[in-house]
Structure formats: C-alpha cells, structure tokens
Design a protein around this ligand. Sequence first.
Ligand code: KG4
Ligand code: ZN
Length: 335
Amino acid sequence: NDNPRILAIETSCDETAASVVEGGKNVISTVVASQMDIHRRFGGVVPEVASRHHVENMTTVIEETLVSADMDYTDLDAVAVTAGPGLVGALLVGVNTAKALAYAHNLPLLPIHHIAGHIHAAELVADMQYPALALVVSGGHTSLIYLPEEGAYETIGETRDDAVGEAYDKVARTLKLPYPGGPEIDRLAAEGEVTIDFPRAWLESGSYDFSFSGLKSSVLNAVHNTQQRGDTVIPENVAASFQASVVDVLVERAQRAVSEYEVKQLIVTGGVAANRTLREAMKNSFPSGGNVDLIIPPLSLCTDNAAMIGAAANIAWKKGEWAGYDLNGEPGLAL
Ligand code: KG4
Ligand code: ZN
C-alpha cells in the first residue's frame, strides 16, 4: 500500500496532538490541544504538569481527529508516534497510547523522531527533493541537517548551549513578556529599530554549530545597564536588535551550508520558523527561481503538531520500520 492512512500522535512537549495523514502528504484531519495557557502561569513548560494534561486530553484529541476524518480504526493502516526526543513523561503518554491502539486494533506501530517530523512537515506543502538541507529551529533544537536522500539524516551543526527558541523565551522573560516569548518578541520587534549591536556568535570559522547563550547574556546586560544608568529600556528596540543578531547567524549558516553541500532544497522549520523576520530574511536570501528551492511550512505546521509526524511516518512505513510493544519514550533519541 503506497498510500497508507496513518494515525499520528505527538506529545513530546506541551501540545497534545493527533492527525490522520494519507500517503505522507494528504492531511485528512489534524487536532492540536495546546497547554500554553496553563504553562504561561509558570513562565515555562512544567514537565509534570505537561504529562498530566497529556493524560487528560489524549483520548479526546484522538477521538476528535477520527471524527473529523470520518474514520474508525478499520480505515487505518498504522499508528505512528513521536518516540523522542522530548520530555520523558510527556513522551510516555503518546507512546503508551499508540502501543495500546496498535495492539487493540492490530495495526503496525511506527516510532518517529520529533525532528524528522519537523523536517517532513515540508512534505505537506511541497515535494521534497534530495539532497536537501534542513534548518530546524525550535524551543528544544537548533540544528542543521543534511539529507543526502530520503530517510537519511546527517547533523552537520547544532547548538552548543541554548536552543534558539529558548533564547527567545529567556530574552522575553528579561523584558517581562509572557511565555512563550517567541511570538511576543516577533510582535515587539516589528515596532522597534535595531539600536544595539549585539554579538553574532560565529564560533570558529567553518563550524556549522550555533551558540546563543552569549547573546542572551548580552541582552540581559544591556537591559540591566540601561536601568542602572536610570534610562528607560525600549523593549521594542531590544527585541529588534536581539532578533537581528539571531537572524543574521541563522541566514549565514544556511547560506554557507547550502553552497558547500550543493543541495536542491532548503527547509526552514520548527517553532521559531514561525518568526516573520526570519521568514522574510530567508526568502530574500534564497529567492524563488534561484539555485535552491526554499520551503518554509505554514505557521501551523512549523510549531508542534501531529500532521508532521504522519508525514515522516510514511517514510518509516516504506522502510518497514515497525516497533515492538517494548517501544519506549526516549528523551535523548538520536536522529
Ligand atoms: O517547535 P516548537 O513548537 O516546540 C519545540 O519542539 O520546541 O517550538 C517552540 C518555540 C518556542 O521557544 C517559541 O517561543 C518559539 O518556538 N516561537 C517563536 C515564534 N513562534 C514560536 N520564536 C520566534 N518567533 C515566533 N513567531
Ligand atoms: Zn518541536
């Protein structure tokens, strides 16, 4: 069957999500229950609280997904689930639900890597061409991944400290903005000007790795020093200046990797790829009709969702990568 209908489940962080995807391309239904309002009170994701809410919401989210797809389990060919990386307690809810459903309905169980999910979100809006390069920028990850062919992943660069989304969230906290900070900084930056020359963490030449903790500290110091001088901090300008530094680094790394690896496509994905300034900068650097085809999935496919897991699951299906009932959630799962 080249067009399997896969029920995909995602619970690696704070979104309880399910989706039915056909042939890795056609999203028949997709439901995301966000816990954002709950975690906002704590200023970030509290793992225990996340697990508990996944347990509460999981069944309803799956039911809603099937109802809106107008399907029952006899219409499905497989169950796929994010097996890692992520919060262990959160992952376990999805993994155990998927195992139970696969067993009860006699369906193959497909374990999916969360980052492969983010990458193959591209599949839902375009045809992927190889070799490809993916820049995955999220709350937990900042990685440059080379894909020589379908299903093969080579991480050529990653963050040595904070993930870029984490830096957004921490800078937002410094500016007393609510969690998650990314969208808040995005909004503020649009109203501000680049007035502070924050460092661009270039690391040693030739490296594709990233480092954002120095930038985060610079922002903190700049805000602190401004207050010490008795001057007013202009959050819009701090946000714009911070974002300018982040975007510069991300674009430079992508440009260098695209030319060194001579890829056909560049995929920019993950929660931070929802950022308007980053999207614009990438579009300007890789204009359509150029030698590389840029794919940035729409916002709802960039942040955590299960449709992207369904897209990646199609590749696991083709390769026959089924898991046994001993499948476990692995917080540090390698790609
Ligand atoms: O991919 P994602 O939903 O979850 C993870 O797998 O981490 O990414 C969440 C991250 C958060 O750090 C959030 O602040 C950031 O993505 N984010 C943004 C924007 N929207 C979400 N960062 C910058 N600009 C945005 N518009
Ligand atoms: Zn994610």
